[in-house]
Design a protein around this ligand. Structure first.
Ligand SMILES: C[S@@+](CC[C@H](N)C(=O)[O-])C[C@H]1O[C@@H](n2cnc3c(N)ncnc32)[C@H](O)[C@@H]1O
Length: 274
């Protein structure tokens, strides 16, 4: 899902403090990129770049001497990405249309290939990771950020509506072929693709009764897909009242809970030492 979709949301009740999902996942992404060694002057491939959120984060890290290439198969998302880059007058980001399962080594060489919320959707992830790695220089880094639904929502007491909403999301992306356990699987997939694992970590997105969380924006953006997957009916979702019902539930329960888990993993291609 694009961050634009998430940003479209307004909450009914103004919370006492605001913690945005977008900000926290972007922070996690930047931490991953910095810790994986992405820095000034590097040539980086943004795999499944969508509308360019990660490419823009990367541009700040590599600076004017670095170069970002974003690749995605979705033309409209790439147009949004190009327009954002035009508006920011950035000359070191290029977006190309293509299938990441068929990346040619000739696209590189890159110092690093990174991506967010992408491997989870690939039918043959090991093959795709091999192809991505083939476009790297020896010793290059592969780093991914992937959401994992295995342990969410984590809570001390029941939150029936929140649990139901999590189930709608999980079952829909599962129906579409996504690996909802990608965080647990990714380190092994990297190794099967011949990479040397360097680091694996997971961070939780925590909600408090007063946290602003764009749950309804996510459900609204996913609505046609949820209906198509047959996971819930329009009446069960009842978009018009969902925000208020979720707010009432978490206020009444007064619970802190884990609404999402974000795994960040990086590995290295063999070759010249780092
Ligand atoms: C959930 S979006 C994430 C976009 C971006 N990485 C971000 O974090 O904002 C997943 C993206 O992967 C792209 N994608 C999925 N499978 C792909 C494939 N085989 N080839 C190219 N792009 C693909 C989709 O088009 C979509 O833009």
């Amino acid at each position: 899902m694009s961050n634009e979709a998430l940003r479209g949301e307004k909450t009914i009740q103004e919370p006492a403090h605001k913690v945005s999902l977008i900000d926290s996942v972007d922070e996690m992404t930047v931490r991953l990129l910095v810790d994986a060694g992405i820095g000034p002057g590097m040539r980086v491939l943004d795999v499944g770049c969508g509308s360019g959120d990660v490419s823009l984060l990367l541009a700040k890290l590599v600076g004017k001497d670095g170069k970002i290439t974003g690749i995605d198969r979705d033309g409209p998302s790439l147009e949004i990405a190009r327009e954002r880059v035009r508006k920011l007058h950035l000359s070191n980001i290029t977006f190309i249309k293509g299938d990441i399962c068929a990346i040619s080594p000739g696209l590189g060489p890159f110092d690093a290939a990174v991506g967010r919320r992408v491997i989870t959707y690939l039918p043959e992830p090991v093959d795709a990771i091999r192809k991505i790695a083939a476009a790297l220089r020896p010793g290059g880094v592969v780093a991914f950020v992937e959401h994992d639904a295995t342990m969410v929502p984590g809570r001390l007491k029941p939150l029936p509506l929140q649990e139901q909403v999590s189930t709608w999301i999980r079952k829909t992306i599962e129906y579409e072929g996504a690996d909802i356990h990608i965080g647990f699987n990714l380190p092994l997939l990297f190794e099967q693709a011949g990479l040397t694992l360097e680091h694996v970590r997971a961070e939780a997105i925590i909600q408090t009764p007063r946290t602003q969380y764009p749950t309804v924006a996510i459900i609204r953006a996913m609505f046609p897909r949820i209906i198509k997957a047959g996971v819930a009916t329009e009446e069960e979702i009842d978009l018009e009242t969902l925000e208020q019902r979720l707010f009432d539930e978490r206020t009444k329960a007064n619970l802190v809970y884990v609404s999402d888990m974000v795994f960040t993993v990086w590995a290295r291609k063999s070759g010249i030492p780092k």
